[in-house]
Design a protein around this ligand. Structure first.
Ligand code: SAH
Length: 374
C-alpha cells in the first residue's frame, strides 16, 4: 500500500497484514476511492467474489489491469487454505480449512435432490461440552471472524458446477452459533445479498444448544432465521448429563425462549434430538419428549448418533429408533429422521478436525483430495 494511503477499517487481518476483502467490515468503496477508482467498481468486485466465484483478483477480467494488480498486492481474498477435501459416495463434500493461525475448522456441502445445502462452523471448538460431540472435546479455542464464516460459504460454493447455486445454509458445524452472534449475523447478511449468494433468510437455519438470552436477542434483532434447538432430552437430569451447560439453564427456560421466538417469527421451530443407544432412546424418553413438545407447531428432528472414536456412546438400534419414532408419531408430533449423509467422511461435527490432528499431517489440497467412494 502506498505510504500516503491509510488502511481502511480492516476487521481481523491475517499475519501478512493485508486487509481481508471478504470481511464486511472492510470498506472496499473507501479503498477504491483511495486508489483513485470510482466507487461503483465495488459492486463489480463484490459480484466477482460472491456470485461469479472468482478465485483471485486476476480472474476479474473486466476490471482494469492495473487495478487488478493493485488489488492483488494490497488485499487478500483467502485467509484459509484447504487442508483436506473429502468427497463421499452420496455427493457430500467436506472441507477441513486451516485458518491463518493454524487452527482448523470444518464445513460441508450436502446434495439432496435439487437442494444444495452448506453446513458451516461458527467457532473453533465449542464450549458447550455435549458429551457425544467431537467439536467440544477440547473446549472452545476462539470465535471465527465474520470473514472466516463468509469464506466457508465461498469455498463451498466453488465446489459446485457453474450452473448450480447454493440453496440452503445450516449453521450446524463446529461451535455454538449463538455464542458468536456478533460475527455470525453480518456473515449471514452477506449470504443474503442479492449481488452475492442471494440466499433467502428463510432458507438459513441456526442450530443452538439453547441459550435463552441469545435466542431473545435473535428474536429481537433478526427473527427471520429458522431456529433449531438441540434438545436431546426433555428432562433436566438427563439433559444436564448429555449437555452440561444445561445445568445453569434448564429445559423450561429454553422452551420459553423458543416459544417467544416462535411468537415473534411465526416460523416453525425445530427440536433436534441426537438418539444415543441405551441412553435417551427408550419409549419413556419419547413420551417425555412428546409431553414437552405438546401442541406446539414444532418439528422434531431425530439424529441417530454418529459414533466418535474414543467416546463410549452407542448408535441406537433400528428397533429402538423405530419404537421411539412410533411413540412420537402416535402422540401427534411432527417428526423426521435426519438421513445420514457423508458419515463415511466423518461428516458429524468436529470429527474430521480430530482425525487430522491425530494423524499429525496436513498435506496440501492437491495431494489429498480423497474420494471416499470404494
Ligand atoms: N452448537 C450447536 C450447533 C452445532 S452441533 C448445537 O448444539 O445445535 C449441530 C448438531 O449436531 C447438534 O444437534 C448436535 O447435538 C449434533 N451432533 C453433534 N455431534 C454429533 C454426533 N456425534 N452424532 C450426531 N449428532 C451430533
Amino acid at each position: 500500500m502506498p505510504p500516503n494511503i491509510t488502511p481502511i477499517t480492516m476487521g481481523i487481518t491475517p499475519p501478512d497484514h493485508l486487509p481481508h476483502i471478504l470481511d464486511p467490515e472492510f470498506d472496499i468503496r473507501a479503498w477504491l476511492s483511495h486508489a483513485g477508482q470510482p466507487a461503483w467498481r465495488a459492486k463489480a468486485v463484490y459480484r466477482w467474489l460472491h456470485a461469479r466465484r472468482a478465485d483471485s483478483f486476476s480472474d476479474m477480467t473486466d476490471l482494469p489491469h492495473d487495478l487488478r494488480l493493485q488489488l492483488d498486492a494490497e488485499l487478500r481474498i483467502w485467509t484459509t487454505h484447504i487442508a483436506r477435501h473429502q468427497v463421499a459416495e452420496d455427493g457430500t463434500e467436506k472441507l477441513l480449512l486451516q485458518l491463518h493461525d493454524g487452527q482448523q475448522i470444518e464445513c460441508v456441502l450436502l446434495r439432496d435432490g435439487i437442494r444444495r445445502t452448506v453446513c458451516i462452523s461458527s467457532q473453533v471448538g465449542c464450549a458447550m461440552g455435549c458429551v457425544f460431540c467431537a467439536s467440544g472435546l477440547d473446549g472452545v479455542i476462539r470465535n471465527l471472524t465474520t470473514g472466516e464464516i463468509v469464506e466457508q460459504l465461498l469455498r463451498l460454493t466453488r465446489l459446485l458446477p457453474p450452473d448450480e447455486r447454493l440453496s440452503h445454509i445450516v449453521v450446524m458445524g463446529m461451535g455454538e452459533p449463538l455464542a458468536n452472534l456478533d460475527r455470525l449475523l453480518p456473515a449471514l447478511a452477506v449470504a443474503q445479498s442479492p449481488d452475492g449468494l442471494g440466499i433467502s433468510q428463510r432458507r438459513i437455519t441456526i442450530s443452538t444448544v439453547g441459550l435463552p438470552s441469545a435466542i431473545d436477542r435473535l428474536c429481537h434483532e433478526n427473527p427471520g432465521y429458522h431456529l433449531a434447538v438441540s434438545l436431546h432430552a426433555a428432562d433436566d437430569l438427563l439433559r444436564t448429563k448429555l449437555v452440561p451447560v444445561n445445568k445453569s439453564i434448564g429445559v423450561h427456560a429454553i422452551l420459553a425462549a423458543a416459544d417467544r421466538y416462535w411468537e415473534t417469527s411465526g416460523r416453525r421451530l425445530t427440536f433436534e434430538y441426537v438418539l444415543l443407544g441405551n441412553l435417551n432412546d427408550s419409549p419413556d424418553h419419547a413420551r417425555s419428549l412428546a409431553r414437552f413438545i405438546g401442541k406446539r407447531a414444532a418439528l422434531v428432528n431425530i439424529i441417530p448418533y454418529n459414533t466418535v472414536d474414543g467416546l463410549p456412546w452407542e448408535e441406537p438400534t433400528d428397533v429402538s429408533r423405530e419404537r421411539f419414532l412410533d411413540v412420537l408419531r402416535n402422540a401427534g408430533i411432527n417428526v423426521q429422521t435426519r438421513r445420514r449423509k457423508g458419515s463415511r467422511i466423518d461428516a458429524a461435527c468436529g470429527q474430521l478436525r480430530r482425525l487430522a490432528r491425530e494423524q499429525h499431517s496436513l498435506p496440501e489440497e492437491s495431494d489429498i483430495t480423497l474420494s471416499d467412494s470404494e
